[in-house]
Design a protein around this ligand. Structure first.
Ligand SMILES: Nc1ncnc2c1ncn2[C@@H]1O[C@H](COP(=O)(O)OP(=O)(O)OP(=O)(O)O)[C@@H](O)[C@H]1O
Ligand SMILES: [Mg+2]
Length: 259
């Protein structure tokens, strides 16, 4: 086989690999949407069950006090359902590729609301440390996807439960950037493995867990791709037995940059 022929075969194969990588990334995105749909359906089922029970209780009890209490509970549950619908519809509608000034607090709150049930189930509590940050230039959907990957990884690193600290802050050493930090107190990552965690297909998990998540080794490579497409940076710090922190750094939207 001539060298030319071989070179063109290699080029063809490289092209194929690039196409397959893209197809995989797309399917990871679809998986994330599918998972969200699943989570939402469960959450809704819970809320409906609660609402029905409160309504029955209200019917059974004639005294004003119990009825008022049940109305309050129904309102609370329905408000929660309305919030979830808003977030999921936002995610489903906002599939456009562009970036716009995006409020990180709102975005993070929406993701935490979606994962609330899953975190409770695995006895993981969330500690929010939010500073006020100016809007960043971002595709909200993609950043939410990256954040979901980080939060699910953090949860999976703490099989016996624990705490995830989610921080929002303006970068001290780079004021044109804001940061989201996701820190767990889980297993940690050994030093020699740390450089590999962003590689495609790198995974130490045996396969998906009971919620169907983990094991494909695509989560962090997707996060990295998304963040870099935003002219941002993602970094990791970890200590075995202590925990891991991932930091996503994103550029603040222009108007603010000038100020
Ligand atoms: N918070 C964390 N604590 C400990 N190890 C982690 C953490 N986040 C990632 N890792 C390690 O990095 C590996 C790669 O993570 P990544 O999210 O890319 O893949 P995955 O979680 O195994 O599979 P999936 O593609 O389904 O997310 C994990 O298998 C795990 O070994
Ligand atoms: Mg993962």
């Amino acid at each position: 086989m001539s060298v030319d022929h071989r070179n063109s075969e290699i080029a063809e194969l490289k092209e194929k690999i690039a196409q397959l990588e893209k197809a995989l990334i797309d399917s990871q995105t679809l998986c994330a949407v599918g998972e969200l749909a699943g989570t939402t359906a469960h959450e809704f089922n819970n809320i409906l069950t609660l609402t029905i029970n409160y309504a029955r209780m209200g019917q059974r009890h004639q005294d004003a006090e119990t009825r008022d209490e049940m109305f309050d509970k129904i309102l609370e549950a329905s408000n929660r359902a309305a919030k979830i619908v808003k977030v999921v519809l936002g995610l489903a509608r906002n599939r456009k590729p562009g970036k716009e000034p995006t409020d990180l607090k709102e975005l993070v709150e929406a993701v935490l609301l979606l994962l609330d049930r899953e975190m409770t189930k695995y006895r993981v509590s969330i500690e929010k440390r939010f500073e006020d940050t100016p809007p960043v230039l971002a595709n909200g959907n993609q950043i939410q996807q990256a954040l979901i990957n980080l939060l699910v990884n953090a949860r999976q690193a703490m099989p016996n439960g624990g705490t995830i600290v989610v921080k929002l802050q303006r970068c001290k050493n780079a004021p044109n950037y804001a940061e989201i930090v996701v820190r767990d107190n889980g297993s940690g990552i050994p030093k020699e493995k740390l450089p590999r965690v962003f590689d495609m297909f790198y995974s130490t998990k045996k396969g998906p867990d009971a919620t169907g998540k983990g094991g494909s080794g695509l989560g962090l490579s997707t996060c990295k791709r998304i963040v870099e497409e935003h002219a941002g940076k993602i970094r990791v710090e970890s200590a075995v037995g202590k925990g891991t922190a991932f930091t996503i750094r994103l550029p603040i939207a222009k108007e603010e940059n000038k100020a």
